[in-house]
Design a protein around this ligand. Structure first.
Ligand code: CS2
Length: 439
């Protein structure tokens, strides 16, 4: 039997503490993958549980119908399992109302964003979904295709302006450096080209706060779904599995109303940069290093790689000696304690986080995870042995005899093949743009 609003939940399973059928949708979320369902949707469910109203989420998949097929027959309901060495907890999330597939019904997406009750459009479209060229500018050809977030937001903003409706908050929840200002700049570039009459209105009526988002969410497996079914007594095709830890730091700069996420443990701050930089360079930087070094060492999962005495010291060094010194910590932000906590999180044996999942899209991740740290040290005449080992492991990975999941896959493979790989990847005019230059 499939999970539905009529499922008789076991007593131990948490559930929404509000009337979900009475909530308007205040948020449209583009890119409704497992991460959003285990992170922002949980905070929003908590906020409604704490008394906020009308923050239902309309999820959007730009291309694939998979999540719509998982959630729509369940009336948007799904479970989140949090797993630690101490056991597992299961909870039903009610914040998502439905999932639209942009490729099938583009107008429905525009209508949802243009709806008067919508105040926030949030995004987890992964690094490559922002459609940046190597120099950081918008790839306009890609941005005018049907699968581009810019097309939908641009068309809906035009409707809102013409109808005299309020502007929107566009909330990037992806692991980019300065994700808010990157989204603002790219959206302006798109509007400047496709809707020039909207640029001034966008500047005055819309906001793009920066965010630091953090929760480790491995891709759900069939075994996970079977384990959930055994506890739930119903089949949840949309189940997500994650760790207990969750963090969300948000720049408090919204165009209009927002959920009281700060009442349910999100942090609303004036400057996200110290948290975002620490997260990208320490957590994500270590993750990518673990992925390539770990796969090279024959491991499959993060918890195995971090337990390997030949790998762990390099990862500790990357976080404590290479990444941490580059970060201007906020008052009270303890980077040593952060590194300790990350090592514990990586070691979580109950979470089967595949290294191959992290190894995807290296070309899009490595600049903000590794190269900013390397450039900082290079300017001071220091070497970074762990990051250099990580780069060597990435190149070995690109040379490997296995599929490479990356928008630049073919060019990376070719560039990595020869003795001048470092130069062709990172040198002047190389595939990966950054301020770091190979010595
Ligand atoms: C990971 C992230 O897949 C990856 O590249 O580094 O998804 C990571 O698990 C999250 O950013 C944790 O918040």
């Amino acid at each position: 039997m499939r999970l539905s609003p009529r499922t008789d939940l076991p007593a131990a399973v948490g559930r929404p503490a509000y009337d979900r059928t009475a909530q308007a949708a205040g948020i449209v979320h583009i890119g409704i993958g497992a991460f959003h369902r285990a992170h922002q949707a949980v905070y929003t469910d908590d906020a409604m549980g704490a008394g906020d109203r009308d923050w239902g989420i309309v999820g959007v998949s730009l291309r694939s119908g998979d999540v719509a097929a998982q959630l729509n027959p369940q009336d948007g309901l799904y479970t989140v399992s949090t797993r630690s060495a101490g056991g597992s907890e299961l909870r039903l999330i009610g914040a998502v109302q439905k999932v639209l597939v942009a490729a099938d019904d583009p107008q429905a997406v525009i209508d949802a964003i243009a709806a008067p009750a919508t105040h926030i459009v949030s995004f987890t479209v992964t690094e490559k979904g922002y459609l940046r060229r190597a120099d950081g500018s918008l790839d306009l050809a890609a941005a005018t295709e049907l699968s581009s977030l810019y097309r939908f937001v641009g068309a809906a903003l035009a409707v809102r302006k013409a109808a005299g409706l309020s502007g929107l908050t566009l909330l990037s929840c992806d692991n980019l450096a300065n994700n808010g200002s990157v989204l603002r700049r790219l959206m302006r570039e798109y509007l400047g080209s496709q809707h020039p009459d909207l640029v001034d209105w966008f500047d005055s009526e819309c906001r793009c706060p920066a965010t630091m988002i953090d929760r480790i969410v491995p891709a759900t497996t069939d075994a996970d779904r079977a384990a959930v079914e055994a506890t739930l007594g119903a089949r949840d095709e949309g189940a997500v599995v994650t760790e207990g830890f969750s963090q969300w730091v948000i720049e408090d700069d919204f165009a209009g109303p927002r959920p009281r996420w700060e009442a349910v443990s999100a942090e609303l701050v004036t400057d996200v940069a110290p948290y975002e930089t620490a997260k990208l360079r320490m957590l994500n930087g270590a993750h990518s290093a673990l992925a390539y070094i770990g796969l090279g060492g024959g491991h499959e999962f993060v918890h195995q790689a971090i337990a390997d005495p030949a790998i762990r010291p390099a990862i500790e060094r990357l976080m404590r000696n290479e990444a941490a010194p580059t970060i201007d910590a906020a008052p009270g932000q303890d980077l040593g304690a952060y590194a300790d906590a990350l090592l514990d999180r990586f070691a979580n044996p109950a979470l089967h986080h595949r290294l191959a999942q992290i190894a995807m899209d290296g070309s899009q991740k490595i600049p903000q995870r590794w190269l900013e740290t390397l450039a900082w040290h290079q300017a001071r005449g220091h070497r970074c042995p762990s990051l250099e080992a990580a780069i060597a492991a990435w190149i070995a990975f690109l040379r490997g005899d296995h599929p490479i999941d990356d928008p630049l896959a073919d060019r990376l493979r070719e560039a990595a093949a020869g003795p001048d790989a470092i130069e062709r990847l990172f040198g002047d005019g190389g595939l990966i743009t950054s301020d770091w230059r190979p010595a």
